[in-house]
Design a protein around this ligand. Structure first.
Ligand code: PGA
Length: 246
């Protein structure tokens, strides 16, 4: 795991965007795994800028997102599909026919998870997966627990995740869903390359676990230690509890 500390989220975004754009320019049909939340937003801005300057086209890529809330439609402002449309897809030439999402509105959630697993496989797996990390060490919505999950599954969100994210729902007068669908740890780990972005003091404890702790499902992100190609980008606040392993 490479751990890189940059001065601020904008510096991080330049490097992370460059890694993703290089992958796409190397193979226009790349399969890219995207994440939602505050962490990747600057990186998406940089990708949009590169698209606008003609430095990259997203037309032929296939995309998979990590997760989606159960019960939200694609046009709900708090759905992750909506987030991706607003923050990246709708501002580039992404072909929406190749955008893959777990559907939070599926009537059979188990079948939906199975479909997503098979779809990733059919597309040859993910070339680069972008990740944030929860204050509790989750990746995607793989919450701290007893075991690592291999395939996509339906998850009851922990109180800490609800506390971190409910502001977005409260802002529009909605109640935050208690369940979500998420890629499993296995799906994430099968990605060829992984980029994780963590900024701000609220992530410092989870980052310390990730970099210095043991691999354990009680901090799901720690599994990344055994992946062969992970780059972790931190700002000084997120890195503040690290010893000299950075
Ligand atoms: P954030 O969330 O990017 O909004 O901090 C990351 C996560 O919960 O995985």
């Amino acid at each position: 795991m490479r751990v890189i500390v940059k001065n601020d989220p904008v510096e991080i975004s330049h490097e992370a965007a460059e890694m993703i754009v290089n992958q796409i320019n190397k193979n226009h049909g790349s399969v890219i795994g995207f994440a939602t939340g505050a962490s990747p937003v600057e990186t998406y801005k940089r990708i949009i800028e590169k698209y606008q300057k003609g430095e990259v086209s997203l037309k032929h890529i296939t995309t998979f997102n990590l997760d989606e809330y159960v019960g939200l439609s694609r046009d709900n402002v708090n759905s992750y599909f909506y987030f991706m449309k607003e923050n990246l897809f709708g501002k580039t030439d992404v072909d929406f026919d190749r955008v893959n999402f777990l559907s939070g509105e599926a009537s059979d959630l188990e079948a939906e998870c199975e479909r997503y697993y098979n779809r990733i496989k059919e597309c040859g797996g993910i070339d680069i997966q972008l990740l944030g990390i929860g204050t509790n060490g989750h990746i995607g919505f793989n919450e701290p627990g007893e075991k690592f999950m291999d395939r996509p599954f339906s998850v009851k969100l922990t109180q800490s995740t609800i506390d971190s994210n409910r502001k977005y729902f409260e802002a529009v007068g909605d109640k935050m869903p208690e369940y979500a669908l998420t890629m499993g740890i296995g799906d994430i780990m099968r990605s060829k390359k992984i980029i994780l972005i963590a900024t701000g003091e609220s992530k410092a404890k989870a980052v310390k676990q990730l970099v210095e702790g043991e691999v354990s499902p009680s901090c799901p992100a720690t599994i990344l230690k055994i992946h062969s190609d992970v780059t972790v980008f931190l700002d000084p606040a997120a890195a503040s509890l690290l010893g000299d392993k950075k």
